[in-house]
Design a protein around this ligand. Structure first.
Ligand code: ATP
Ligand code: MG
Length: 671
């Protein structure tokens, strides 16, 4: 392990304060500071020293390391003191500081010297230095690492277990394109049960796609459509559990509703799905904000099958693309394919050739963002589709990745503004479950769809119960007991911060006879697939996972999500806990919390964000909010989560709801 001194030296060097300069500008002798002013400055320094130390303890750093680190930090910062204090030299010194360095900000910030070393100015830097010191203790997961593995050819990704037919999917439909550029939707009854709905076995009904787009009722006047504003009742959204529609009902449906029933096997729409589909059919730019598991995929997959041509879907993860492609092709018989940087040249060229043909068979093309950003040959293929009027629309799934204020920022997503620039008439649909107000605006600006129709449902997941439990010294024993007492034989996820933690927790639970697998980005692709499949099929009940296991996991009956260590941000927590209860039945989301763990989060962020000061600062702000959530004593956790996304929520809704959070359960009746 490197010495703290070395780490701090290296760290300050990277921030533009070379060692030889440090030697050349010794700390200001106190004799030069005169009178009561100097005394006051020193007293303030002592106060700040105490504040910085308590900041380190507050964030779970070890006391000795914090003390040593602060001495060293004060030395380094102290060297800038003379220039800060001596009039005339300040600007000269300031000019010699590399732009954007922390010291530039620091020197230029003070007018009277009293804000020299403060928690506000250098608190994050102090924590960063401590984090660097602790860095090699754990192996953090790297989400991007997963992307470096080949996904293979389309035929490779169809897993041998075909997903179960949905209950109630008694009428089947399929989509295909005919030679004359028309898509055809066929409705085929599959068994005699369908007789009750008026269909006979193997009877085929077709919905021909017109060569010109249909005209749909204009819903743009709705402006921002929300299912949770008074009067904003979503007439198309009905509870999932109602009866299969009758033949007469099917006959009276428009093709959006019919496709929902016959192709996707849904009895009804969920909140705002119908409106989103309609907006897409009207070729409007659209921004869909729905909770995790809310059914965002349908909002673009359904219009994609009704549109002429190909819908291009940008997705951040290969695993997510893989799941979607499998579901579309195998479960719904919708032709969908993908392009990514890991395919071999011949695999990619087969797909490109297909796209360049006069009648491409696929309805959806999934791509990772780097395929679009700065890729002229792919742009050329899109132009070719566009010229044939077969570029139906663009979809940006997990759109929060666009914003660097978001929790899963992907640099390549930033380049997606080129889509609107190059194809102004092709509509864009962006979708996310996690976007604060600034993130939303950033997404709309970046994608150049400022006038998009915004469709927003409540982010609330009423069936999820949120809890925080104090993490004990023997947290593994505590975890095992908790699972046995409350979630015996149920399916769940235990989130861990690092790969080693993930393996350790998994081993322990296995030893305790809980069927457990582990999942992190360091595993080979086939090991990850095997782990996910074991968990998905119920062979394993618990998966211990890092953040690598998240987006795109769609298992209906996950009854618990336990964070063995807190998440790095509220957005991440909302996404990860959102894997629970996607069948709308009650599920529980628990965080094991201890202050000490926050120092590990800082280490992880420092590792991930590198020395980019602004990114690290943003990440730290997000992490502090997560810590704040964990430390809530009385306040409603659901309300806190929702208000983070700008949603006003009345606490009584939690207290009287189906799954009140721990603080609301414990509160005296506040109604
Ligand atoms: N109208 C519906 N009726 C019944 N089930 C539905 C309906 N719409 C979607 N679903 C199901 O809900 C589950 C979640 O849908 P989906 O994966 O699209 O959610 P999502 O909003 O994209 O979630 P995430 O934020 O995690 O990506 C899927 O299993 C899907 O089949
Ligand atoms: Mg999704």
């Amino acid at each position: 392990m490197p010495k703290l001194d070395e780490v701090l030296d290296a760290w300050s060097d990277t921030l533009g304060f070379p060692a030889d300069n440090r030697a050349a500008c010794p700390r200001q002798p106190s004799s030069l500071r005169t009178g009561s002013w100097a005394g006051a400055a020193e007293r303030e320094m002592e106060v700040e020293r105490a504040r910085l130390l308590s900041l380190a303890y507050e964030f779970g750093f070890d006391e000795d390391a914090a003390n040593q680190g602060l001495d060293r930090l004060l030395d380094l910062y102290g060297e800038t003191l003379p220039y800060h204090f001596l009039p005339g030299i300040q600007s000269e010194r300031a000019n010699s500081i590399p732009p954007n360095s922390k010291f530039e900000l620091f020197i230029l910030s003070g007018e009277d010297g009293t804000d020299f070393v403060t928690v506000e100015h250098c608190g994050d830097d102090f924590l960063a230095a401590l984090a660097d010191f602790n860095q090699d203790k754990e192996d953090w997961d790297d989400l991007q690492a997963i992307e470096t593995e080949a996904c293979g050819a389309l035929s490779d990704i169809f897993i041998d277990t075909i997903p179960d037919e949905k209950e109630g999917n008694k009428i089947a439909g399929r989509v295909f394109s005919s030679n004359d550029n028309h898509s055809r939707l066929e409705v085929i009854s599959q068994n005699d049960c369908n007789l009750s709905s008026g269909f006979k076995r193997n009877e085929v009904h077709t919905i021909e796609q017109p060569s010109k787009p249909r005209v749909y009722e204009d819903i743009s006047n709705y402006g921002e459509v929300s299912s949770n504003v008074p009067g904003g009742i979503d007439l198309h959204a009905v509870q999932d559990g109602c009866e299969t529609p009758s033949y007469e009902q099917l006959q009276s449906m428009d093709d959006i509703s019919l496709a929902n029933v016959v192709v996707f096997g849904n009895k009804t729409f969920r909140a705002l799905q119908y409106q989103a589909c309609k907006a897409a059919m009207q070729k409007k730019d659209c921004f869909v904000l729905m909770p995790t598991g809310g059914g965002k995929s349908l909002c673009y997959q359904l219009p994609a099958i009704l549109h002429l041509g190909v819908t291009v879907v940008v997705c951040p993860l290969l695993s997510l693309i893989q799941d979607q492609i499998t579901t579309l092709n195998v479960k719904y018989a919708i032709p969908a394919t993908f392009l990514n940087s890991q395919q071999t040249a011949s695999q990619a060229s087969a797909v490109i050739q297909e796209l360049r043909s006069c009648n491409p068979s696929c309805k959806l093309l999934y791509v990772t963002p780097e395929r679009i950003a700065g890729n002229p040959s792919f742009m050329d293929t899109l132009q070719c589709l566009h010229q044939k009027e077969l570029l139906a629309s663009f979809v940006i799934d997990e759109a929060h990745c666009v914003s660097q204020w978001g929790h899963d920022f992907r640099a390549d997503y930033r380049g997606l503004g080129c889509l609107k620039q190059n194809f102004p008439r092709v509509p864009i649909m962006a979708l996310t479950a996690t976007a604060t107000q600034p993130v939303r605006q950033d997404i709309l600006d970046t994608l150049r769809i400022r006038n998009a129709l915004v469709l927003e449902t409540s982010f609330d997941r009423p069936n999820l119960k949120y809890e925080v439990i104090l993490k004990s010294k023997d947290s593994l024993k505590q975890l095992n007991q908790l699972i046995k007492d409350r979630f015996s034989n149920m399916s769940g996820i235990v989130y861990c911060l690092s790969k080693s933690e993930c393996v350790e927790v998994s081993k322990y639970l296995t030893k305790c006879k809980i069927k457990t697998v582990h999942y992190h980005a360091g595993l080979a692709a086939h090991q990850r697939v095997a782990a996910q499949r074991k968990w998905q099929t119920g062979e394993a009940k618990v998966v211990c996972a890092t953040i690598a296991f998240g987006m795109g996991i769609d298992k209906a009956d996950v009854r618990f999500i336990i964070h063995h260590t807190l998440s790095k941000s509220i957005e991440s927590y909302y996404q990860e806990s959102g894997r629970a209860g996607r069948d709308n039945l009650p599920a529980t989301c628990i965080i094991f919390y201890q202050k000490k763990d926050f120092s590990r989060v800082v280490c992880m962020l420092r590792n991930g964000e590198g020395s980019k000061r602004e990114r690290f600062k943003t990440a730290m702000d997000q992490a502090k909010k997560m810590q704040g959530y964990c430390e809530l004593k009385k306040e409603c956790r659901r309300q806190t989560l929702l208000s983070h996304f700008g949603e006003a929520f009345n606490r009584n809704g939690c207290i009287t709801g189906p799954s009140p959070c721990d603080n609301c359960s414990n509160s005296e009746q506040l109604i």
